[in-house]
Design a protein around this ligand. Structure first.
Ligand code: ZN
Length: 320
């Protein structure tokens, strides 16, 4: 089940929040909230914001939205004022043990981040704030430095530091809720391009081009530093080297398409991974690629392999 989070940048519109040294709390917290949302898109999680613009949304409206969406976590982002310095966090005095635990985890990472920049960790606190009282889910309010302190505000003025706050916040939320990472969208053309940048592949291929034996043998021989000597490309000789070194059991023609079962078998031999069954079991060979994280879903052993698929599996193996 996908978790959902309500991120609440405090104040907005006619309510600027705290002010100091030319800064307004409402602007800083909105920027941090939007960046945090963007960074959390790397994870499987549903994010909503109580405001996305410079508008004043009433507190009961903010908390009611979070309650309606059944959010699993409410994170209210603020900047402090009142002649102090440093970072502190709040939960409601009657917060559940789970909420206190979430505060502890988020606070620990944020507190370390601020401490590493020379700021005081003012500690984990409780307060009867409306956003903490009216929300039905675990709710944490963060006070990120003091806008009216010269050193704090100098840091808050720095866009790079504000973006570091967002990075730490996104990371601490992801770690606290143990959010699974989203798999990046598959881009087979980019996979082939990456392989070309390493020099293992020289020519241009379309992701849908079928991988041929002469091509496969050549790339594998480059991977294992087994160059064919002589002038020009000799795909028959490349296949011959695979035979000589025991990576391939019987000859193939250079223009023959490579099938998934054969592809997996030769690659497994190259990376010295052996299927624990007697005889040749192409399904088990493909299974070995899956169990080692080189392939995500199963393939028909007799289906031909495309250049896009080949490049992706090889990049995973080579960590490219
Ligand atoms: Zn505030």
């Amino acid at each position: 089940m996908t978790l959902s989070i309500m991120i609440d940048p405090g104040h907005g519109g006619s309510d600027p929040g705290a002010r100091g040294y030319g800064l307004q709390e409402k602007d800083i917290v909105l920027e941090i909230a939007l960046q945090t949302e963007r960074l959390l898109q790397a994870y499987i999680v549903s994010i909503q914001l109580t405001r996305r613009d410079d508008v004043n949304v009433l507190i009961p409206t903010r908390t009611a939205r979070a309650n309606q969406m059944g959010a699993d976590l409410y994170v209210s982002i603020h900047v402090n004022a009142g002649r102090g310095t440093g970072f502190e966090s709040f939960v409601h005095p009657a917060a559940s043990p789970r909420t206190v635990d979430i505060q502890w985890r988020i606070h620990r990472e944020m507190g370390l981040f601020y401490a590493s920049n020379g700021f005081v960790d003012r500690g984990r606190k409780t307060a009867n704030f409306a956003v903490l009282r009216q929300t039905k889910m675990p709710a944490v309010l963060l006070e990120n430095l003091f806008i009216d302190h010269p050193r704090d505000s100098a840091y808050l003025k720095d866009p790079l530091f504000r973006s570091e706050i967002a990075q730490m916040l996104a990371l601490s939320i992801a770690n606290t809720l143990q959010l699974p990472q989203r798999q990046p969208a598959w881009d087979p053309a980019l996979e082939i391009e990456r392989l070309r940048q390493t020099g293992l592949v020289v020519n241009l291929y379309h992701p849908n081009d079928t991988l041929l034996w002469g091509q496969y043998a050549t790339v594998l021989n480059r991977v294992r530093n087994r160059p064919v000597f002589g002038s020009g490309w000799d795909p028959e000789r490349e296949i011959g080297l695979l035979l000589e070194d025991g990576l391939l059991a019987s000859p193939r023609l250079p223009a023959q398409p490579v099938r998934w079962g054969e592809f997996a078998t030769v690659l497994n031999r190259l990376r010295q991974r052996w299927v624990e069954v007697p005889g040749w079991d192409p399904r088990a060979e493909i299974g070995l690629l899956i169990s080692d994280g080189l392939l995500v879903t199963s393939r028909d052993p007799w289906a031909t392999i495309s250049w896009g698929e080949f490049a992706t599996v090889l990049n995973r193996y080579l960590n490219i």
